[in-house]
Design a protein around this ligand. Structure first.
Ligand code: PXP
Length: 236
């Protein structure tokens, strides 16, 4: 299983001081040294952590795959077309939220996001949608032209009823696979809760940020990534 490392919080630390460090670009190189299969950043509308400058430079230095998380809007799609990441992941975005709070409502917004999806795909950018583990949402994703989804593991990670949430994730992953979609997953995953998700056969890649960056404070980024990569690659 592949590991995408989300570097948003390198930007968060930099921006609390409006300083020049730490730099997501240097972090990306270390994450790749530690075995990351891809680098993810979320260029939010308010640019609160990752800036356009970061994405521009990351595009030049990332040797694995660059995944740009973005709102499903025309303005965000224009930026993606400028930076040309390998993949764009469409997420819902609310200004007041601390982090992405849930999956995109594709049932409601399907028609609105279709033009953005087709522009990105025609430019050669793969498109994935961050979606809750809900069969109706997964079916809606299959209808808007994307070939990949990222299942939101946030509720599973909250720990209120992880067994039930794991079951929902498994069912949605199976359904997505049947519908011909590649399946990724992420949000809230850490060194303690990741293994049951790794065992879900249909999931081919995880996107993990906060727990890796937090551990990096103690053990260094390269090692923090390597330790997560060991867990994520344990069964395949
Ligand atoms: N996937 C998506 C779509 C996200 O928005 C985030 C958070 O930026 C992540 C994965 C990573 O979540 P975490 O930082 O909790 O590992």
């Amino acid at each position: 299983m592949k590991l995408g490392v989300n570097l948003d919080h390198i930007g968060t630390i930099r921006e609390v001081r409006k300083a020049k460090e730490p730099d997501p670009v240097q972090a990306a190189l270390l994450a790749e040294l530690g075995g990351a299969d891809g680098i993810t950043v979320h260029l939010r509308g308010d640019k609160r952590h990752i800036k356009e400058r970061d994405v521009e430079l990351l595009r030049k230095v990332v040797k694995t795959r660059l995944n740009l998380e973005m709102a499903a809007t025309e303005q965000a799609a224009e930026l993606a077309l400028r930076f040309m990441p390998d993949q764009a992941t469409l997420v819902p975005e609310r200004r007041e939220e601390v982090t992405t709070e849930g999956g995109l409502d594709v049932i409601l917004q399907g028609e609105f996001i279709k033009p953005q999806i087709s522009n990105l795909l025609s430019a050669g950018i793969e498109v994935s949608i961050f979606v809750d583990p809900d069969p109706d949402q997964v079916r809606a994703c299959a209808k808007v032209g994307v070939r990949a989804i990222e299942i939101n593991t946030g509720k599973y990670a909250d720990g209120e009823n992880p067994e039930r949430e794991l079951e929902n994730i498994e069912k949605s992953a199976k359904l997505a696979c049947k519908l011909g979609l590649r399946v990724l997953a992420g949000h809230g995953l850490n060194y303690r809760n990741v293994t049951p998700i790794v065992r879900v056969e249909e999931i081919e890649e995880l996107n993990i940020g906060h727990s890796i960056i937090s551990r990096a404070v103690y053990v260094g980024l390269e090692r923090a990534v390597r330790e997560m990569k060991e867990l994520v690659g344990k069964y395949r």
